[in-house]
Ligand binder design. Structure first.
Ligand code: AMP
Length: 394
């Protein structure tokens, strides 16, 4: 399969060639022709599968054939859960559309709204936005929706988890009736399906490998360890295996700061990445992590959601995530677009239930390893696959 056979024209395929994309990924092969036909789409695809291009490319193709935008009007709207993802998706729009005469912008909260309003005055072809700021600017008449042709809800499950349902419904209610709707979600939970009922009509449904959760190019394993030995174990792993890079997930901001200082005491330079740090610092940290200037980034789950780094070789779950789907999102950070990756979890006895839920979600157990000198005094019990938490038992 080639990009041009999917119906994309040469200014776009040329940009993809220049980016080194040789052929479409599975989700792209399935979604692009459907989206180009103008149909609504609901796609279960997690990050790392090439899902962004699967909606950005048909949008660019379509918009390129139509009229350009007018003042304060937008033609395609991509709604995403976080500012990092907004920035990342918009940069893909610019990359893929670099030989086209289309404009794009990202708007999100946490920063001054003036430049964003300014940017909207002349109109934008593709607007990528987080829900809250978008509703805000709409309320201020900085943007109008009557010329929107395509709506994308990206990472819909995540937006629902973050409590954006009301904002999303407000946005949908204000769009033209004949808008084309594309919904992407890592998982198609009941909540997402409920949203799909309002947002998507007669949708074509695509699910790429339900077991995307266990992508084969990601090696997953866990190390059992006592809770108070985790930071020593992490330092040991970094030094012993000479890890070039690791994205380390941790539960709290406070925990992130503490871990960074514990690593520092062992001569390992890491940086904390969480919502308590300013947007400018977060962007700088990401750029430094991508360039390799920072080797170890200790991030809270929410903050790390939009991180997109080509060929990130390794993620570490210092704390196991909750709910189980979050584990799937996290391991999706590595092994992106067919590169090899590894996902390592540090698991102590108190993480046991959480581990069982994750393994049930994956449909398989995660390989356990022990590291000499760190064998736990409080062993982690044998996992129970198909574990059902107490409150859900009949
Ligand atoms: P996504 O799932 O959209 O976050 O994409 C994951 C990564 O795969 C991004 O870094 C993309 O640049 C890259 N990518 C997307 N499509 C392709 C492709 N067809 N060939 C190679 N890399 C790709």
């Amino acid at each position: 399969m080639t990009f041009s056979k999917l119906g994309l024209s040469s200014p776009i395929t040329r940009a993809l060639e220049e980016l080194g994309y040789q052929k479409p990924t599975t989700i792209q092969t399935k979604a692009i022709p459907v989206a180009l036909e103008g149909r609504d789409l609901i796609a279960a695809a997690q990050t790392g599968t090439g899902k962004t291009a699967s909606f950005v490319l048909p949008i660019l193709e379509k918009l390129n054939q139509g009229e350009t935008q007018r003042k304060k009007r937008i033609r395609a709207l991509v709604v995403v859960p976080t500012r990092e993802l907004a920035i990342q998706v918009e940069s893909k729009v610019a990359d893929y559309g670099k030989h086209l005469n289309l404009t794009s912008a990202a708007i999100f909260g946490g920063v001054d709204e003036k430049p964003q309003k300014q940017r909207l005055i002349e109109g934008v072809d593709v607007l990528v936005a987080t829900p809250g700021r978008l509703i805000d600017l709409y309320g201020q008449r900085a943007v109008y929706f009557e010329e929107v042709e395509v709506l994308v809800l990206d990472e819909a499950d995540r937006m629902l988890d973050m409590g954006f349902i009301e904002d999303i419904n407000k946005i949908i209610a204000r769009l033209p009736e004949d808008v084309q709707n594309l919904l992407f979600s890592a998982t198609l939970s009941n909540k997402v399906r409920d949203l799909a009922k309002t947002a998507v009509h007669n949708a074509f449904e695509i699910s790429i490998a339900a077991n995307a959760a266990s992508k084969s190019n990601i090696e997953q394993w866990l190390i059992t360890v006592d809770k108070d030995k985790k930071s020593a174990l992490l330092s040991h792993l970094i030094k012993e295996n000479q890890w070039d890079q690791a994205l380390i997930f941790i539960e709290t901001k406070h925990g992130a700061a503490k871990l960074v200082s514990q690593l520092e005491k062992r001569d390992i330079k890491a940086e904390a990445f969480h919502s308590g740090r300013s947007q400018a610092i977060r962007e700088q940290l990401l750029a430094d992590f991508k360039s390799g200037k920072i080797q170890y980034l200790v991030a809270t789950g929410v903050a790390a959601r939009g991180i997109d780094i080509d060929e990130l070789s390794r993620v570490v779950n210092y704390d196991l995530p909750f709910p189980a789907d979050e584990y799937v999102h996290r391991i999706g950070r590595t092994g992106r677009a067919d590169a090899k990756g590894e996902a390592i979890s540090l698991v102590s006895k108190d993480n046991f239930k959480n581990l069982c839920m994750i393994e049930s979600r994956l449909g398989h157990l995660i390989e356990r390893r022990e590291v000499e000198g760190f064998v736990p005094n409080k062993p982690v019990p044998i996992s129970i696959l198909n574990y059902v938490p107490k409150h859900k038992r009949q």
